[in-house]
Design a protein around this ligand. Structure first.
Ligand code: 13P
Length: 250
């Protein structure tokens, strides 16, 4: 049975004190949530304090990005070893904001995936089409390309450390959510694409999250779709009550 997962991507929000407040609110509100794994992804400066704050809770911690090299002269960057050394075992890679604003390509992401897996980390691999792709009906092709070029070089055995997050760019931070039917259609396509390149068992086991303007009001109907295994939440993850409500939407 594949896992249900709700992950909060805090992006560049919350300083140390604000993160601490959000985490203590989350711990009290999420204590009762069962049926889904919960992950939070604060910014680098808050990772270590978040790991400490969440000790003994069932909430996991993820980084939002990572450099592909082991170490070296890469000013401002963070390595896999640095993440795992503070207790972070999961990393988000390929977020559309990294692709769009920081020039991250499929080829670069393939390297980052390799480094994360080599360090025994779990990867939340993000991808999704832009509005023009959908308008020109190229969205399936774009998503297939992102998967094949950034991820499908991994060995079959590595899939147990992969979570997918389909995030159509036109739905991120816009208030415009993909309809549950649009999400389901794409998630089913993703599973079929994995089956064709790997096996039906791998396709069946991998959790595929939907991301893009998920809120307490729409989470349940999106998560109810057969191939949607949870969500990667941006704006609504910054509020403990809303995030807890989303995590409890299964
Ligand atoms: P929003 O939920 O704010 O649309 O952001 C989604 C996202 O980018 C999560 O990674």
């Amino acid at each position: 049975m594949r896992k249900k997962i709700v992950a909060g991507n805090w992006k560049m929000n919350k300083n140390l004190a604000d993160a601490g407040t959000l985490l203590s609110d989350l711990k009290s509100k999420l204590g009762q949530v069962s049926g889904a794994e919960v992950i939070v992804a604060p910014t680098f400066t808050n990772l270590q304090s978040t790991v400490e704050a969440l000790k003994g809770s069932n909430i996991q911690v993820s980084a939002q990005n990572m450099h592909q090299a082991e170490n070296g002269a890469f000013t401002g960057e963070i390595s896999a070893d640095m993440l795992t050394s503070v207790g972070v075992q999961t990393v988000i890679l390929g977020h559309s904001e990294r692709r769009a604003y920081f020039g991250e390509t499929d080829a670069l992401l393939a390297e980052k995936v390799n480094t994360a897996l080599a360090h025994g980390m779990k990867v939340i691999f993000c991808f999704g089409e832009e509005l023009e792709d959908r308008k020109s009906e190229n969205h399936f092709k774009v998503v297939e390309g992102q998967l094949k070029n950034g991820l499908f070089h991994i060995e079959a055995s590595a899939w147990k450390n992969i979570v997918l997050a389909y995030e159509p760019v036109w739905a991120i931070g816009t208030g415009e959510t993909a309809s549950p039917e649009q999400a389901q259609e794409m998630h089913a396509f993703i599973r079929k694409t994995i089956e064709q390149s790997y096996t039906a068992a791998i396709a069946e086991e991998v959790s595929i999250l939907y991301g893009g303007s998920v809120k307490p009001a729409n989470a349940a109907e999106i998560f109810a779709k057969a191939d949607v295994d949870g969500g990667l939440i941006g704006g609504a993850a910054l509020d403990a009550e809303g995030f807890a409500a989303i995590a409890g939407s299964f």
